[in-house]
Design a protein around this ligand. Sequence first.
Ligand code: ARG
Length: 396
Amino acid sequence: MKVVLSYSGGLDTSAILVLLRKEYGAEVVTVTVDVGQEGELEGVEYRAYELGSVKHYTIDAKEEFAREYAFRAVKADALYEGKYPLGTALARPLIAKKVAEVAKKEGADAVAHGCTGKGNDQVRFDLSLKAYLPPDIKILAPVRELRLTRKDSIELLKRHGYDVPATHKKFSIDENLWSRSIEGGVLDDPFTEPPEEVFEWTNPPDKAPDKPLYLTIGFEEGVPKTINGKSMGAAELVSFLNKVVGEHGFGRIDLIESRYIGLKSREVYEAPAALTLIEAHKDLERLVLTPKELRFKSIVDTMWADLVYQGHWVDPLRGHLEKVIDSMNKYVTGEVRVKVHKGSMAVVGRRSPYSLYSKELIDYNEGWYPSPKEAEGFINLSGFYALTALKARELD
Ligand code: ARG
């Protein structure tokens, strides 16, 4: 049996690699998809071979991830439950796609992943893999199927004479260009403040530089293209923002999150670039879209974020929602100025060729003004239902 394993280098997928080889006699090919999980990538290939992988693939998908996944999320102002920019949720379908490609190329009998039975990721992986794989390639989820605990994984590695990866003992971390997620340990008490040691991308706000950081972000049809006038590739732009905005202490999220699987969890994230880009993008939308467009878009955006969070990336509904989202983003072109200072970020300026704002019109002393008649007629008609209802209800 030949199995292609989606391999992160962490404890669980390392244990699965050994389990499949030693206890199921499988030949294991490992795949690590680079979506910007910098620290976690070091030594992964070495580790895979050490644990007996017959062939290891490291696939650089950073640019694709930033352009086709993260920037779609910007166009959709995607924040799950108003706070989480969906880093993990966005990366899973792309990882599944890459792993499926390798499985087909390698003529594998099965694909394996390391998701537990308690999280969202199992839905995201299983569903995407089912969509991308022919039905004769099986999907294995050993951690879920065998109810492997972290203790079991450590035990299993030791039993076969392997040492245990030293990384991240206290917390469960998932990292990519769009967000860094930290779960478990002391964070499992939702009343406990996250200790400073969980943060890696952001400075503590009180230790951030005293001088505020000003950035001008340029958007074209809803897509971030420039910073301070300089064109940047998608992955490069996101990494740059993570670094400079994170230095100024902005980008931390502490969220009680509704998992798809029916459990509330306490999640801590760092996402300096994602939060900045989404806030800037939203601001530009407020400048160029009509109020009716804005109201409708927020409904569509929420549906998009829920769909992606719930692992339904492959659902055809996403394409329909994106038609609306793209159509409205046609006018989201312009520049947004943001100020980042000691843990806070604010939009302080915006401009666009499609702006609906007019300084002359809003000025009390200048330009077009509704005539008294027009204004009175507007108020009478717009308030007519309310006044009629008040009168009708006086009878009660
Ligand atoms: N709760 C987030 C999600 O479902 C992140 C999960 C990431 N996993 C982790 N081990 N930190 O998308």
